[in-house]
Design a protein. Structure first.
Length: 348
């Protein structure tokens, strides 16, 4: 970039900073909700608060925290649960829908950094409430976010402070509200759309801008690679969403994103909890997002496909997340007890 353009760009940034026009804050790495500064901040805050209040759904889980977490001051973890909940499948399966994507994000307050771990949907894990080993995707079918949270805590030996559950439509609407995202398609693919219409989405390989349905197809497909590679694609898509969301300057797009998120989300994060994450959004390009994967092996020994996690890879991921959260590995699960979530909203 020529020096005069660089100087002009820096000058423009300083002016915007002085006017306090645009601020961003993060619900989770996937779900970016844009807020504005002076001028229309009050309107967006009110709209976001109204939307979030409809999505608020606490669950009672077994907490691995000895003290109540404060996102204004503490490092926290958020579990993103993406569910395969098209209108057709919701009618077919009701509430017993499986999770299609599971990602754990740990947020470090001091470093303004995020660690993002993808858990393969067919991972063979222990599900505490069922007292048996099964695919982790089944935890949600058995007991919704509660069972999923407890299963992930059991697997990773870290507290899951918050969860955000979204369906396909949230993903599609957020990407569309951003006018698409730029990602690399690794190979030619033909995939069904959100309404399960076969071969409705066709993509060629290469870096390109994808709309919501196309991005969903890329996130879902696993015909030509593994669940681990699928998780890595999902992580790259999330990073592309974060990058685009942090760059937008449009008031109308801010409101579109808020609406897209709220219409298709459940979470135990209060509006104040979400506002406490504003510092991560304000970090802008300085926000570091590191992605982690879990190695393992395909297993068909029982006649059913499972993904058997590699013990060393799992231990490495656990220690990385604990370190990022600032948790003493020897005391991470001491004094377990029920969380303070509203038990009247418990999901069975």
């Amino acid at each position: 970039m020529p020096e005069f353009q660089r100087t002009q760009r820096m000058s423009q940034k300083k002016k915007k900073s002085r006017k306090k026009r645009i601020f961003m804050w993060i619900i989770v790495p996937l779900l970016i909700v844009a807020l504005a500064g002076a001028g229309y901040a009050t309107f967006l805050l009110k709209k976001a608060e109204s939307v979030v209040s409809k999505s608020y759904k606490p669950v009672k889980t077994v907490s691995k925290r000895t003290e109540t977490v404060n996102p204004d001051m503490d490092n926290i973890s958020i579990l993103l649960i993406g569910v395969d909940e098209s209108k057709k499948r919701k009618k077919q399966y009701g509430s017993a829908v499986r999770s299609d994507a599971l990602l754990v994000a740990t947020l470090n307050k001091k470093d303004k950094s995020v660690k993002l771990l993808s858990i393969p949907r067919d991972s063979y894990v222990y599900i505490p409430e069922k007292d048996k080993y099964d695919k982790i995707t089944h935890a949600h079918a058995y007991g919704g976010p509660k069972y999923t949270i407890d299963t992930v805590q059991e697997l990773l030996d870290i507290p899951i402070d918050y969860y955000v559950k979204v369906n396909f439509y949230a993903f599609i609407d957020v990407v569309n509200a951003l006018d698409g995202i730029e990602v690399e398609v690794p190979y030619a693919l033909s995939e069904q759309d959100s309404n399960d219409r076969q071969n409705a989405i066709r993509l060629k390989p290469g870096v390109q801008t994808l709309n919501g349905e196309q991005a969903l197809a890329l996130a879902r497909t696993r015909h030509k690679d593994t669940d681990v590679m699928r998780g890595m694609r999902q992580q790259e898509i999330i990073k592309a969403i974060v990058k685009k969301a942090l760059s937008i300057q449009s008031f109308s797009k801010h409101t579109d994103i808020i609406k897209a998120v709220g219409d298709n989300m459940e979470t135990n994060m209060s509006f104040n909890d979400m506002k406490s994450l504003i510092d991560y959004g304000l970090a802008g390009s300085g926000l570091t997002i590191d992605t982690l994967t879990l190695k393992g092996d395909d297993d068909m020994s029982t006649g059913i496909y499972y993904y058997k996690l590699d013990d060393d890879s799992l231990e490495e991921a656990k220690e990385t997340l604990k370190s990022h959260l600032g948790i003493d590995k020897d005391n991470s699960d001491s004094n377990d007890g029920d969380s303070d979530s509203d038990s009247s909203s418990e999901e069975n």
